[in-house]
Ligand binder design. Sequence first.
Ligand SMILES: *[C@@H]1O[C@H](CO)[C@@H](O)[C@H](O)[C@H]1NC(C)=O
Ligand SMILES: *[C@@H]1O[C@H](CO)[C@@H](O)[C@H](O)[C@H]1NC(C)=O
Ligand SMILES: *[C@@H]1O[C@H](CO)[C@@H](O)[C@H](O)[C@H]1NC(C)=O
Ligand SMILES: *[C@@H]1O[C@H](CO)[C@@H](O)[C@H](O)[C@H]1NC(C)=O
Ligand SMILES: *[C@@H]1O[C@H](CO)[C@@H](O)[C@H](O)[C@H]1NC(C)=O
Ligand SMILES: *[C@@H]1O[C@H](CO)[C@@H](O)[C@H](O)[C@H]1NC(C)=O
Ligand SMILES: *[C@@H]1O[C@H](CO)[C@@H](O)[C@H](O)[C@H]1NC(C)=O
Ligand SMILES: *[C@@H]1O[C@H](CO)[C@@H](O)[C@H](O)[C@H]1NC(C)=O
Ligand SMILES: *[C@@H]1O[C@H](CO)[C@@H](O)[C@H](O)[C@H]1NC(C)=O
Length: 569
Amino acid sequence: MNLLSISGVAVLLVGIVHHVSGLETVFGVYGKTLEVPCNSGGAKPEKLLVSKWKYNTDDGLPGDLMFKKRNEEATVIAKDHYKDRVSMGDNSSLFIAAVTLRDQKIFTCMEVAGEAIDEYPVNVVIYKAPADLAISEKAEELEIGKLGKIAVCKAVDANPAANITWYKNDKILSGEGKGVVIDVSVQVDPDTGLSSTTSTLKYSAEKEDADARFTCSTQHLTAEQLVSSPVTFTVTYPTEQVSLSVLPEGLLLEGDSVTLKCVADGNPAPTTFNFYIKGEIMNVVDSDSFTMMNITREATGEYKCSLAEKPSLEASANITVSYLNMDPSPSDRVVKKAGESLAVTLNVEASGKYEVSWTKDNGFLKTDSEPVFKNLTYADSGRYECQVTMGSLHRNNSFQLVVEGSPVIGRLDKRRGKDSKHEVLICEAEGYPKPTVTWSVNGTSLDESTFANGKVTHKITVVPTANLTVYCTVTNILGQYVRGINVSSLFEEVRMDKQDQSEDGDQTKLVVGVVVGLLLATVIIGAALVYMKKSKQGSWKTGELENGSSEEEKKLEEKVEEGSQKADM
Ligand SMILES: *[C@@H]1O[C@H](CO)[C@@H](O)[C@H](O)[C@H]1NC(C)=O
Ligand SMILES: *[C@@H]1O[C@H](CO)[C@@H](O)[C@H](O)[C@H]1NC(C)=O
Ligand SMILES: *[C@@H]1O[C@H](CO)[C@@H](O)[C@H](O)[C@H]1NC(C)=O
Ligand SMILES: *[C@@H]1O[C@H](CO)[C@@H](O)[C@H](O)[C@H]1NC(C)=O
Ligand SMILES: *[C@@H]1O[C@H](CO)[C@@H](O)[C@H](O)[C@H]1NC(C)=O
Ligand SMILES: *[C@@H]1O[C@H](CO)[C@@H](O)[C@H](O)[C@H]1NC(C)=O
Ligand SMILES: *[C@@H]1O[C@H](CO)[C@@H](O)[C@H](O)[C@H]1NC(C)=O
Ligand SMILES: *[C@@H]1O[C@H](CO)[C@@H](O)[C@H](O)[C@H]1NC(C)=O
Ligand SMILES: *[C@@H]1O[C@H](CO)[C@@H](O)[C@H](O)[C@H]1NC(C)=O
């Protein structure tokens, strides 16, 4: 009625007011401008004279907002707090700026067309997404199996009140789940009417929750989902088991250091332990380890550890210290005379079963017991290595045995060459260091064998033209040995006939021979000529046989008969 007096427009008081059935609701976003359409934005009546927006004040009184006459600008007729916030569009929509929850009420659009007055009430609802979502009052530790408040999630200043959902590792934690209790409370700000939701999570942790991430989130009607930053907790639980480990693992030897490590499965880990070392209790603080340096075989045994505050929780481990020592004799280089004896001993001290093997000269000889030398020979010389093995442990040692002795001639031999024209003399010497071999005559040196096992064999070829004694001399720093051998003229058989004549100096026998048979004589003379030619190569004077060797040497003819060498050997 106030409206009519203000507008000055004649409106029939008896006009019929139509209330459109069904209350339309429009939703506004807090703080923004809200358009409230008239008649749901429907077409305007043809004979529209006046449009007006009004509402009912809190006191139940009508409050006018906007007024518009046909073909005129709309005017603000509000006097209260709406007067600066409302406006009207050409299509009769009411615009309210900076809406708050106080604008949640029914606004009515009234249209006067001809004699009809239509009223379109519109319900306004204002939404507000929560300003913030955060976890607070986070517990530092979760004690396993104990239901306790672990955090609070708060979504502030929302309308309607925000719903909060809890997640553990991105999986929803339902309040109906085992060990989960969620308490929700909503506070309404008396000034703004906005609601703050507080969700308190009570949770009974398990061991696996040590790294679990907890988040809360809210999905509001008008905004993106808000997710809090994740929180994690230290999950504490008492020790139920301890174990004792020995480091390093595997074989322990005397002289090693060994560390006992007591591991408890509680969280936080206990810091004080008792170690039971050979009947003594060692209390270790702020460490779970006890180290023994330079252990001996006496360290072998059973060890225990326990929690200092709960000694009934204990663990044990056995330690075995292995050892493998040997005391070999001889252990380096030993020089002995041939024929002497040598005691070889090997004392082994071991913590377990072991095996011994001996090798000589890089495996040339192999045996599992120490060598016995009752009567050393040159062949015994060499490098002896013993190897003691116990599991993966090895010890070895070696000694060099040198058997020395002044040389002796073991064999002095002669062999006639196949063609009977030369003699091979063989002198076999034994001694150490290697003997040098010399002969009392000049012959053709055939060869010298390699020096092995103290033996060397020397051969020369001679062509003796008379019976004589040849001496072989063998020498090393320890002594000398000489032996002689008689060699006879190679031509005795051929000379048998001739010798008589020549010895007699009687040439008549030859002449007689010629007379006796010319044919025979011719043959004999032929043979004699051959001999004479040969004998001219050296003079053979038997009378000087016993005298000096230089004389004897002159009686030997050098002759190399390459072709027969091999056959003579
Ligand atoms: C009414 O007009 C305004 C512009 O004045 C426009 O933004 C709005 O969408 C219109 N509303 C309807 C329901 O047509
Ligand atoms: C909160 O949850 C209730 C029940 O699930 C639901 O009816 C309501 O719409 C939700 N509120 C919001 C703001 O999501
Ligand atoms: C280790 O112990 C042995 C025997 O007890 C001793 O002879 C040796 O000197 C010790 N070595 C060290 C490095 O302490
Ligand atoms: C240690 O050795 C003893 C005796 O041999 C045995 O009874 C015990 O079970 C062993 N302990 C461990 C942890 O192996
Ligand atoms: C040692 O061996 C040599 C050569 O085999 C032999 O002649 C000698 O009699 C032996 N000596 C002893 C004490 O057995
Ligand atoms: C003996 O020991 C030495 C050093 O420990 C090693 O180099 C050598 O190979 C060993 N000999 C054998 C036959 O194992
Ligand atoms: C040489 O020795 C042999 C026996 O071995 C003998 O028959 C011969 O008469 C000797 N010759 C000389 C010239 O002494
Ligand atoms: C070698 O000859 C000499 C004199 O001719 C003689 O005394 C000696 O016994 C002979 N030796 C051998 C081993 O035949
Ligand atoms: C043996 O031979 C050497 C060199 O060939 C010579 O100097 C020496 O005089 C010879 N000795 C004899 C007895 O012929």
